[in-house]
Design a protein around this ligand. Structure first.
Ligand code: AMP
Ligand code: MG
Length: 343
């Protein structure tokens, strides 16, 4: 069924997608301050729409239990990963989402191949998995810091000059494998400017309740800014694929970054187009038998089916039971939506 929301979202995120096979440079091709001509208030409204759309589609994804979604979030420090996850996922059922954060690898993790720890945290069918940092650190921080690579205990011949090309290739194939098996992979890079990072670091120092977020190591990483920009540009060029595209999200305005992230995730879900499973003719017949039995148990003076009594079908009645089911579902959703809206 055509859904014009899907088309609008696709149009909104198209300029953010890294075209597979293209060679991009962050400084030349992407503006961290871009906001698609939106005002903040409009943005907040849009985010609200996006969040309820995500809730709707996540429910279907879980019910269908066939596909899973992996969203990888990458950014430099203070890029807004945590806040993006908090806002974008604020409306979805926590039972259908898993968030995994990846930090400096443990000695157990270093004792395995580099994708091992990420593979262990993949979402199941019906789930949305979010990677807060991801396997892409393996071509970012590991590339910028040779001493981090040294800790990975690779056999000597593996460390040659083609190491990064090989990792890009392995990552692309791994993501292809996941996609072929029903797990959609989508990747967001929150693109922050150096000046905005400086401002956010200062805020973390100035506000006592933000101090815990600040680490001197973050400022040390900032000294490698140019090397990171280079590593990000190469990574985006090499690993944005048809099956697992990268989106470069302008991150200097937090509110805009959040709408973009919600839109990218919504687009991914709408593309899967998950549907509530139909239990089938036989099971439906059995349900109707059970329904009759339950109706007969009604105490005196109580409607045989209090649910239908409270929800008389709108318009014409006596249609096919499937039609009524759809209407009932809609009714339930509508109520939930209203209740869920915060004032
Ligand atoms: P944070 O996300 O601020 O808690 O920081 C996590 C830290 O873990 C960052 O400094 C990352 O660079 C680091 N990190 C994440 N993945 C890896 C990895 N594979 N190897 C080395 N360091 C990593
Ligand atoms: Mg940090």
């Amino acid at each position: 069924m055509a859904d014009d929301r899907a088309e609008r979202i696709a149009g909104f995120i198209a300029p953010l997608r890294v075209k597979p096979g293209s060679k991009v440079r962050l400084d030349r091709d992407f503006d961290p301050r871009y906001k698609a001509g939106l005002k903040k208030q409009e943005g907040i409204e849009l985010l609200r729409t996006g969040v309820s759309l995500l809730a709707e589609y996540q429910e279907r994804l879980a019910a269908q239990d066939t596909f899973g979604v992996l969203l990888c979030l990458q950014a430099l420090d203070a890029g807004g990963k945590d806040g993006t996850i908090r806002h974008v996922m604020s409306g979805v059922n926590p039972q259908g989402v898993s968030v995994s954060s990846f930090k400096v690898p443990s000695s157990e993790e270093l004792d395995h191949d580099y994708l091992w720890r990420y593979a262990r945290r993949l979402p199941g069918r019906g789930e949305i998995g979010i990677f807060n940092r991801s396997h892409y650190e393996e071509v970012l921080v590991v590339r910028v810091h040779p001493e981090v690579l040294a800790r990975q205990k690779l056999p000597g011949e593996q460390c040659g000059p083609d190491l990064w090309e090989r990792r890009y290739r392995e990552i692309n194939r791994w993501e292809r494998y996941l996609t072929d098996n029903g797990f959609k992979v989508v990747k967001i890079f929150l693109n922050l400017s150096k000046e905005e990072q400086r401002t956010r670091f200062l805020k973390r120092i100035d506000l006592p309740e933000k101090n815990w977020k600040f680490s001197a190591a973050d400022v040390r990483e900032r000294r490698h800014w140019d090397e990171y920009q280079e590593a990000f540009s190469e990574m985006l060029s090499a690993t944005s694929t048809k099956w697992a595209p990268w989106y470069v999200v302008p991150a200097d305005r937090k509110w805009f970054a959040r709408i973009c992230a919600a839109a990218v995730l919504a687009h991914t879900l709408m593309d899967i187009a998950p549907r509530f499973p139909d239990v089938g003719e036989e099971a439906r017949k059995e349900l109707l038998v059970t329904r009759r039995e339950l109706a007969q148990e009604a105490p005196a003076g109580v409607p045989a089916d209090p649910y239908t009594a409270g929800h008389p079908p709108a318009g014409r009645s006596g249609g096919r039971s499937g039609g009524r089911r759809k209407k009932e579902r809609k009714g339930r959703k509508g109520r939930k939506g209203k209740k869920g809206k915060r004032g």
